[in-house]
Design a protein around this ligand. Structure first.
Ligand code: SF4
Length: 317
């Protein structure tokens, strides 16, 4: 039997967590087995709040790079680990700092609000960070005549613009998972299960949002399935969240919204799925790969994240 087979990864990870005073923060888009070993599971807002308040010496982030960077920015003295440095994000990659500097210059006099799904460099260029959980509320908390730049997700930006009616210039980025859902395939399921409710993440394109019974962040979609009296849901966000939906309401049925290309498995984020139990084990054992953020960028990026957390706290989010 190989050495790999002899390791009980779950108990070894538990042992190392205790020994090293480490916590595992996992995003809802991780696989179910990883969600089950995490100390805390959440969406970007909740994970940022948790990272900022933890007393652990080591934070192992089961998620993608911008999330681990956010944890490092909020806790520079802690060791932040990411089991696979290739766990990037197509949305964060769609907004490069050099292009964004020009975009800001071309649209002067605007408050720059960036989604948490950005690199540390973009955060450092922003006034306030937001997540899909708090974006609308944060923008509504600003004076009505405040002009805004929103980056990097064009679909979330368009959703916020429609919800708030504010003067917003939107960076044209997108997430390859949320843009891939097929309206036609969703409607085929809806025909087959007329009682099903279509629940949609705001990063999805407008035609998909238009058929939604409910639109919300990943955590809002989870809460909706917990409180709603429906029995079947067509879920248009990354399919990892269905693990938590099944855990809290096991008697309900959840259908992952199909992607446009039925052969690609695009309703799963390939970056999120790079994190595996074996990589978590090796990462905790070797305490690397470790996240480092340039000191100057870190200090600049801290301010808009803290601003988001302060506004969220004030609004009770
Ligand atoms: S689901 Fe989309 S936005 Fe989220 S990490 Fe994956 S690529 Fe980025």
């Amino acid at each position: 039997m190989s050495e790999t087979r002899q390791i009980d990864y779950v108990s070894e990870i538990e042992r190392m967590k205790a020994e090293k005073n480490a916590v595992i923060l996992a995003h809802y888009y991780q696989t179910g087995d990883i969600q089950d070993i995490a100390d805390f599971i959440g969406d970007s807002l909740a994970l940022s709040q948790k990272a900022a308040s933890t007393r652990a010496d080591i934070i192992l982030f089961a998620g993608v790079r911008f999330m681990a960077e956010t944890a490092k920015i909020l806790t520079p003295d802690k060791k932040v680990l990411l089991p696979d440095m290739n766990a990037g994000c197509s949305l964060a990659d769609s907004c490069k700092a050099s292009d964004f500097i020009k975009f800001i210059k071309d649209n002067p006099g605007r408050t720059v609000i960036s989604y948490v799904n950005t690199t540390a460099e973009i955060k450092a260029l922003s006034d306030i960070i937001c997540t899909s959980s708090n974006a609308v509320k944060i923008i509504e908390s600003l004076p009505e005549d405040e002009k805004i730049i929103f980056a990097p997700d064009r679909n979330l930006g368009n959703y916020i613009l429609n919800e708030t009616g504010r003067d917003i210039v939107i960076w044209p980025g997108s997430c390859h998972v949320h843009e891939e859902f097929s309206l036609e395939a969703i409607l085929v399921f809806k025909k087959e299960y007329p009682e099903a409710k279509i629940i949609v993440h705001p990063e999805c394109e407008l035609p998909v949002r238009m058929v939604a019974d409910f639109i919300g962040s990943t955590s809002a979609l989870l809460k909706f399935t917990q409180k709603d009296d429906g029995k079947i849901y067509i879920v248009a966000t990354e399919a990892g969240i269905i693990h938590q939906m099944k855990r809290s309401s096991p008697y309900k049925t959840y259908i992952p919204a199909p992607p446009k290309d039925s052969t690609c498995g695009c309703s799963e984020c390939s970056f999120m799925k790079l994190i595996t139990m074996v990589k978590i084990y090796n990462c905790l054992k070797n305490e690397k790969p470790e996240i480092f953020v340039d000191k100057d960028i870190l200090e600049k990026a801290q301010k808009p994240i803290i601003k988001m957390m302060e506004i969220s706290e004030k609004l009770g989010l």
